[in-house]
Design a protein. Structure first.
Length: 151
């Protein structure tokens, strides 16, 4: 009786190719053309969060723990109309700037591209006693009622 020699045992695979196992962290792609390090600023995070609520992608209560004072009521009133909802492409943050009126407070403005329109969003962030940033005011510019001259 002769047997052929086996080079490796047959009771386990030579290598494991299980995709469910954690491996190296996947690389994050930039959002809206910004780098991953820029997204860690509170101004960028809140602009993205407010944009998601005002475009109807997220419910208003998603911002409940990120707002303080009358800002949540203002956000509810604004979000009822979903003013940044567009057909087709999602609205994006075009430009973002801020002013520091005092330590622990930021006044932020953003230009939002929503379809063919460019809108203005302004909000105020304040650092609370637990050192978290909270939105304390939010405003969205009303769309212009002017129409471009036509033929």
């Amino acid at each position: 009786m002769s047997r052929t020699p086996r080079t490796r045992p047959q009771h386990r695979p030579p290598t494991r190719h299980d995709t469910r196992r954690p491996g190296a962290a996947p690389t994050r792609t930039p959002v809206r053309g910004r780098t991953a390090t820029a997204r860690t600023r509170p101004t960028d995070l809140f602009a993205d969060r407010l944009l998601a609520v005002l475009s109807g992608q997220r419910p208003v209560h998603w911002m409940l723990r990120h707002t303080a004072g009358p800002a949540y009521d203002d956000l509810v009133r604004l979000a009822e109309r979903a003013p940044l909802r567009t057909r087709g492409s999602r609205p994006t943050v075009r430009d973002l700037g801020w002013f520091v009126p005092r330590e622990g407070a930021l006044e932020v403005f953003a230009r939002i591209a929503a379809g063919d329109h460019l809108r203005a969003l302004a909000f105020r962030l304040e650092k609370s006693h637990d050192l978290r940033w909270r939105c304390t005011a939010v405003e969205l510019a009303a769309p212009s009622t002017r129409r471009p001259p036509g033929p």
